[in-house]
Design a protein around this ligand. Structure first.
Ligand code: MN3
Length: 198
C-alpha cells in the first residue's frame, strides 16, 4: 500500500521560493491523489506487495494507469526531500567532485539542469541521475523518471504547472533557478548519489 508521507518541513518553510498555498495543493491534493489512485489500481495486480521502485519499473509500458500514479508517488516522495528551507548553497565535497567530473563545473550542471526543465514540453520532470557510476542530466514526461531507463535519480524538479503556477505563473525558468539556488537539499542528493554509485 502507498501512504502519503508528511512534508519534512512546515508548509510555509520554503517561502518566498515556494508558497504555503503551493505546498498545500501540491502535497495535500496532488500527491494524495496519486497515493489513492495508485492504491486502487494496484489491487489485484502482480505488483501488489512489491516495493515502490519495483512497481514503477514493472508497470512501465504494461499498465499505464498504475505506472502514472506509482511513478508520481515515487517522484514526489523524493521531491519533498530534495528541498529544504535555506537550500541551495554549497554542494558536499564528494558530490561536487562527481559533478565537476561529469560536467566540467557546478555552474554547467546547473545550466544544463535548468535547460532540461525549461525545454521539457508540457508536464514532466528534469533530473540528475546516475548511470554506470556517472552523473547525467535528463528530462522526462508526466510521471516518468530515469528509473524506467535503467538509471538512478538523485535529484528531480517537478515542472508540472501545479508545482509553480501559483508562485511563478508562466515563468518556469525563474522557478527552476529558485529551485537550484535556494531550495535544493544537496545533502539528500549526496545521500542518493552515494547509494546509486555503489
Ligand atoms: Mn507534482
Amino acid at each position: 500500500m502507498f501512504t502519503l508521507p508528511d512534508l519534512p518541513y512546515a508548509y510555509d518553510a520554503l517561502q518566498p521560493y515556494m508558497s504555503r498555498e503551493t505546498l498545500e495543493y501540491h502535497h495535500d491534493k496532488h500527491h494524495l491523489a496519486y497515493v489513492n489512485n495508485g492504491n486502487n489500481l494496484l489491487k489485484g495486480t502482480e505488483w501488489e506487495g512489491k516495493s515502490l521502485e519495483d512497481v514503477v519499473k514493472g508497470s512501465f509500458g504494461k499498465n499505464a494507469g498504475l505506472f502514472n500514479n506509482a511513478g508520481q508517488h515515487y517522484n514526489h516522495i523524493h521531491f519533498w526531500k530534495w528541498m529544504k528551507p535555506n537550500g541551495g548553497g554549497k554542494i558536499p565535497g564528494s558530490l561536487e567532485k562527481a559533478i565537476v567530473d561529469a560536467f566540467g563545473s557546478v555552474e554547467k550542471m546547473k545550466e544544463d539542469f535548468i535547460q532540461a526543465g525549461t525545454t521539457q514540453f508540457g508536464s514532466g520532470w528534469c533530473w540528475l541521475a546516475v548511470r554506470n557510476g556517472k552523473i547525467e542530466v535528463a528530462k522526462s514526461a508526466n510521471g516518468e523518471s530515469p528509473l524506467v531507463s535503467g538509471a538512478s535519480p538523485i535529484l528531480g524538479c517537478d515542472v508540472w504547472e501545479h508545482s509553480y503556477y501559483i508562485d511563478y505563473r508562466n515563468r518556469r525558468p525563474d522557478y527552476l533557478k529558485a529551485f537550484v539556488e535556494n531550495l535544493v537539499n544537496w545533502e539528500y542528493v549526496e545521500e542518493m548519489y552515494v547509494a546509486a554509485a555503489k
